[in-house]
Design a protein around this ligand. Structure first.
Ligand code: SF4
Ligand code: SF4
Length: 311
């Protein structure tokens, strides 16, 4: 199962988000991303196709999944519980449909724009009182540029503001068109590493297009103040003085005013395992280092800085 022209695979709709842009928001997480960040905290949203995900703690050991699987892909192993042979599994979801305990379920649901906005609209009063709205996130939204653009327009008709969350790795024109829309009030723009060698090694893609797209957005006076830079900080990978300084200099040069620092957390490791993969564990910078980085952006570059996502 994958996207259609009218619908998109949505991993989750998270209500009352307070770290995905200003105010109270509903965040829509779409499935599919062209990057392969080694620390990804939503690895179940990388593959643009539907996937089967396990929640092993929910399993009651009834064995229905083993019985219904037409491909013999499910086995119950003592001490390990339910094991899925991902080579055999074709994601027919027969097992998930039988699993009342929700220990097996699809990662995402195919949703139309109207279905998404009907849920989001339930909290419109909160958005209006807090300068919030919806945040369209991923995965990478530029993989679904057409439907995201329609979603933004339809949200506008319903009086809802939108924040877009992007890695910047995608079609420049589509990004520009989204960014210019009047009801797009904020753009969360990732900066994973300004050093291209590190960026390529840890995300699987060069940062050239990402930096070019960032400069393009920042050069437009109707857009620059919408930008909020988002920096995942991984100890020993992208938190060195040299990288932080080069990043700050770029921000000063292009005139962005806000940055969110996102210290690494390991929540992606179990999610990756539950969709049948493995993720390396990294470390979070120390509190002392985070404070140094925060002070640098605040005092040297004159940015508004927030540290988010602490767990
Ligand atoms: S159907 Fe669900 S609860 Fe039953 S054994 Fe399979 S995974 Fe566990
Ligand atoms: S989704 Fe995979 S494991 Fe589940 S029944 Fe279908 S083929 Fe078997």
């Amino acid at each position: 199962m994958s996207n259609t022209p009218e619908s998109v695979l949505v991993g989750s709709l998270q209500k009352f988000s307070v770290e995905d842009g200003p105010g109270i928001r509903t965040t829509i997480f779409m499935k599919g991303c062209p990057l392969r960040c080694k620390w990804c905290h939503n690895p179940e949203l990388i593959d643009p196709q539907q996937q089967l995900i396990k929640s092993p703690n929910n399993c009651i050991g009834c064995g229905y999944c083993v019985k219904v699987c037409p491909r013999g892909a499910v086995t119950m192993i003592a001490e390990k519980g339910v094991v899925i042979d991902r080579e055999k599994c074709d994601v027919c979801l027969a097992c998930a449909n039988e699993c009342y305990a929700q220990a097996l379920r699809p990662v995402a649901k195919l949703m139309t724009i109207d279905e998404i906005l009907c849920i989001a609209e339930q909290d419109k009063g909160f958005y209006d009182n807090t300068e919030g709205g919806i945040t369209v996130s991923g995965g990478e939204i530029l993989m679904h540029a057409e439907i995201v653009s329609q979603l933004i327009d339809e949200a506008g008709k319903r009086g809802i503001n939108v924040c877009i969350d992007t890695s910047g790795f995608g079609d420049s024109q589509a990004l520009m068109e989204m960014a210019r829309k009047e009801n797009v009030t904020n753009i969360l723009y990732d900066m994973k590493s300004i050093d291209d060698e590190i960026h390529s090694a840890y995300t699987g893609v060069s940062n050239h297009l990402i930096i070019e797209n960032l400069k393009m957005l920042a050069a437009d006076i109707s857009i620059v103040d919408k930008l909020i830079m988002r920096m995942p900080l991984i100890k020993g990978v992208n938190d060195s003085d040299a990288i932080i300084k080069r990043t700050g200099e770029l921000y000063r040069e292009i005139g962005v005013k806000r940055v969110n620092l996102l210290p690494y957390h390991s929540l992606g490791i179990s999610k990756k395992r539950n969709v049948g993969g493995m993720q390396e564990e990294f470390e979070q910078p120390t509190e002392e280092r985070l404070t140094e980085i925060e002070s640098y952006f605040k005092n040297e570059i004159n940015l508004k800085v927030e540290i988010l996502g602490r767990v």
